[in-house]
Write a protein that binds this ligand. Structure first.
Ligand SMILES: CC(C)(COP(=O)(O)OP(=O)(O)OC[C@H]1O[C@@H](n2cnc3c(N)ncnc32)[C@H](O)[C@@H]1OP(=O)(O)O)[C@@H](O)C(=O)NCCC(=O)NCCS
Length: 311
C-alpha cells in the first residue's frame, strides 16, 4: 500500500496516453489497445469525453476515462483502472468520484464493460450504482491445432457457400465496408448498433477486414458484398480478436459466415496468431451456434453494467 499523501490526481496530458492505455487495458475485455488509445487521445484533445490520472512519485498508478463507444451510441462508457501495487489506497474511488462529477453533466446514461473474471471490479462498479444488465460469452480457438487443415477448410467453405472472400483495402473501400456492415446488423441483440458516422474510427489500422461477395441476380453487375468479418491483434501478439462478423439477412444460413470466419482464421494464422478470441452476447444464438460449430472453447467473457439515470 502506498502513502496516499503523495498522490496527485489531475487531467490526462498527452504524454500520459501510453501509460494510461496500459493501465486501462487491465479492464479491457477485447484486449485491443487501439480503441482505448483513440478514446484517450480524443479526451486529451478536448474532442470527446474526459480522462484523469493518479500520479505517485512521478509514475501513473491509476487512470479513468469517460468516453463514447461507436457500438453503443446511446451511452457513455466509463472505465477506471489502478495498478496492482497502488490498490486499496483509495485511488480507484477518487478517480471514480472525478468521473462521477463529469457524469452529472452528461445527458446519456453511463455503462462499463468488465471482464467476467474481475469480481472485485464488478463489486466496485455496483457500489457506485451500476447494475448488471447483460453478459457476453468469451470464446477462443487454438489455431496451432489446425495447422495443415485451415487452407483446405477455407477453400471448401467458400466453395460450398458460393462466395468469394477477399480482403478489403481500407484506404480505398471504407465506404463499401461500412455500408456492408450496416446491412449485416439486423438481428444483433438490442442496443448493439453501430453509429455510422462514428464507425469509421472503430476499425484499427492493423485490422483485417474480409468481405464475402456473391453474384446477386437483379442487383446490378458484378458480385455484391453480402457479409464481412473484421479482426485485429490483441495485446498478447499471439492472439487476434474478432471485432464483428455479419451477413446480410437475405443470405444467412447459406454458409457465408462460416466461409468468412474460416478464411479469417487462416489469415490470422499467416500473421502468426496462435489463437483467435471473440465475445458474443449470451442471447445471440446464431453467432454462438457458429462459434461452437468451429469447436471454439469457452474463455473469459464480460459483464455489461449500467448506471440508471435518476428519474
Ligand atoms: C451470426 C451470423 C453472422 C451467422 O451468419 P450465417 O451466414 O447465417 O451463418 P452460416 O450460414 O455460415 O452458419 C454456419 C453455422 O452457424 C450456426 N448458425 C448460424 N445461424 C444460426 C442460428 N440462427 N441459430 C443457431 N445456429 C446458427 C449453425 O451451426 C450453422 O451451420 P448449419 O447451417 O450447417 O446448421 C448472422 O446471423 C448475422 O449476421 N447476425 C447479425 C450480426 C451478428 O449478430 N453478429 C454477431 C455479433 S459480432
Amino acid at each position: 500500500m502506498l502513502d496516499p499523501s503523495g498522490l496527485v490526481f489531475r487531467p490526462l496530458l498527452h504524454d500520459d496516453i501510453g501509460s494510461a492505455t496500459d493501465l486501462l487495458m487491465l479492464g479491457s475485455p477485447s484486449g485491443v489497445r487501439y480503441h482505448l488509445a483513440v478514446q484517450l487521445a480524443a479526451a486529451e484533445a478536448g474532442e470527446r469525453g474526459c480522462a484523469f490520472v493518479a500520479e505517485w512519485e512521478g509514475s501513473i498508478v491509476g487512470s479513468a476515462l469517460l468516453s463514447d463507444d461507436p457500438l453503443l451510441p446511446g451511452l457513455v462508457s466509463t472505465l477506471v483502472a489502478v495498478a496492482e501495487p497502488a490498490r486499496k489506497s483509495g485511488v480507484g474511488s477518487a478517480l471514480a468520484d472525478l468521473l462521477g462529477e463529469q457524469l452529472q453533466h452528461e445527458a446519456l446514461p453511463a455503462y462499463c464493460k468488465l471482464p467476467d473474471d474481475q469480481f472485485e471490479g464488478r463489486r466496485f462498479a455496483e457500489r457506485r450504482g451500476f447494475v448488471l444488465c447483460g453478459h457476453s460469452l468469451g470464446w477462443s480457438l487454438d489455431l496451432t491445432a489446425r495447422d495443415g487443415t485451415l487452407e483446405r477448410a477455407a477453400r471448401e467453405a467458400a466453395r460450398s457457400a458460393d462466395v468469394r472472400i477477399r480482403q478489403a483495402d481500407m484506404r480505398k473501400e471504407l465506404d463499401t465496408v461500412l455500408e456492408c456492415a450496416l446491412r449485416c446488423m439486423p438481428g444483433m441483440p438490442s442496443e448493439q448498433h453501430v453509429a455510422p458516422e462514428k464507425a469509421r474510427k472503430y476499425l484499427p489500422d492493423d485490422a483485417i477486414v474480409l468481405l464475402a461477395e456473391r453474384e446477386v441476380p437483379g442487383q446490378g453487375q458484378g458480385p455484391r458484398a453480402i457479409g464481412l468479418t473484421a479482426l485485429s491483434p490483441r495485446i498478447e501478439t499471439a492472439a487476434w480478436y474478432t471485432l464483428f462478423t455479419g451477413v446480410a439477412p437475405a443470405h444467412r444460413r447459406s454458409g457465408v459466415a462460416r466461409a468468412l470466419k474460416t478464411e479469417s482464421f487462416l489469415r490470422a494464422r499467416h500473421a502468426r496468431a496462435q489463437s483467435v478470441v471473440t465475445h458474443n452476447h449470451d442471447t445471440n444464438d446464431a453467432i454462438i451456434g457458429l462459434n461452437t460449430s468451429f469447436g471454439m472453447q469457452p474463455a473469459p467473457g464480460y459483464w455489461d453494467l449500467r448506471q440508471p439515470r435518476p428519474a
